[in-house]
Design a protein around this ligand. Structure first.
Ligand SMILES: Nc1ncnc2c1ncn2[C@@H]1O[C@H](COP(=O)(O)OP(=O)(O)O)[C@@H](O)[C@H]1O
Ligand SMILES: N[C@@H](CCOP(=O)(O)O)C(=O)O
Length: 315
């Protein structure tokens, strides 16, 4: 029996792939979704607040609720009645890990209301299973920049040092691109040359992120696994990239599955990069919101209240 009446879980946005690290690396960003779970005797009730709230399902198909139910399935218990209140701070289907926050939020909320039967490692494993790849759910849960690789134990998760002088700037356009659509355009197989290209660039990326070595970062952001196939889904990609380089950034990549574009820059060039992204996309008729978003180093945070003695008696 739960001794907790409600829990509020805050989960950060993420930027996955970082160029050559398709499906294995991502970083948490200081932009958040917040989920409040309250035990309830009546049927499921989901309330959503914030911009784009009307786009989120409020029935049992809601991804947060599906994750909540998954948690209870895993511990062989019937899910309790619950009211879920969502405060959306992260735009949907833009490549900033909104689905990852819903999965992580639902699992963590469910786990806490069930008196935490699963360890953080088990919750992360379940989140990866639900999302299908680790590169957004892992940093969303743990914060910072995280690398995940399969092993005989399941997953090896490894923090990646992100030099504080490397500033992420995201340009979020006013159109959506679902991850499933952006995965459909990817080839099943790639050539050995492309595999070597990505292996070498990914190795360089890890060293470049840790050291802030300018030339390494400039080269390391290149990729041949997913970006060449996805660029055509993002009108104006080449124009924004040229403007970003001209403004002095290290480079630009697709954030997650897109369509948000992520520039990495040093602090001094950050204001120019913001302007360049805004203007370059406006020139091709696309309105976007451009934000420098520092790395979130904490991952999930939560706050909960115990049941009152009267509530305990009722249960
Ligand atoms: N806060 C949320 N609550 C419920 N479902 C959500 C939430 N955020 C995202 N989703 C679901 O995830 C979908 C977007 O996932 P996806 O295409 O992977 O984009 P993203 O890059 O934002 O994760 C939404 O259309 C919605 O179905
Ligand atoms: N590696 C995935 C990452 C998807 O991240 P999201 O933030 O767009 O959900 C991919 O590139 O498909």
């Amino acid at each position: 029996m739960s001794i907790i009446s409600h829990v509020i879980v805050k989960v950060p946005a993420t930027t996955a792939n970082l160029g050559p690290g398709f499906d294995c690396i991502g970083a948490a960003l200081q932009l958040y979704n917040e989920f409040k779970f309250t035990l309830s005797d009546s049927k499921l009730c989901i309330k959503v607040h914030g911009k784009e709230a009307e786009k989120v399902q409020t029935d049992s198909s809601n991804l947060i609720y599906q994750a909540f139910v998954k948690l209870y399935e895993r511990i062989n218990k019937t899910p309790p009645g619950v009211e879920i209140e969502v405060n959306l701070g992260i735009p949907l289907a833009r490549g900033l890990g909104s689905s990852a926050t819903a999965i992580v939020g639902g699992l963590v909320g469910g786990n806490i209301l069930a008196d935490s039967p699963l360890s953080p490692e088990e919750v992360i494993k379940l989140a990866i299973e639900m999302e299908g790849h680790p590169d957004n759910v892992v940093p969303a849960f743990l914060g910072g920049c995280q690398l995940a690789a399969t092993s005989s134990r399941g997953w090896e998760i490894c923090p990646v040092h992100w030099h504080p002088e490397i500033i992420p700037v995201v340009a979020i356009p006013d159109f959506e691109l679902s991850t499933s659509q952006a995965r459909k355009v990817l080839p099943i197989e790639i050539s050995r040359d492309d595999a070597i290209f990505n292996t070498s660039h990914f190795g360089l990326l890890l060293q470049a992120l840790a050291s802030n070595q300018k030339e390494w970062l400039q080269a390391a952001l290149k990729d041949k696994l997913h970006q060449p196939y996805r660029q055509s889904l993002i009108p104006g990609y080449d124009d924004v990239e040229s403007a970003v380089i001209e403004a002095g950034a290290y480079g630009m990549v697709i954030s997650g599955a897109g369509p948000t574009l992520l520039a990495l820059t040093d602090r001094a060039h950050s204001p120019k990069v913001v302007q360049a992204m805004t203007h370059a996309w406006a020139k091709v008729g696309i309105t976007c919101t451009v934000l420098p978003l520092p790395i979130d180093i904490n991952g999930i945070s939560f706050d909960f209240s115990p049941l009152s003695p009267t509530q305990r008696q009722k249960r």
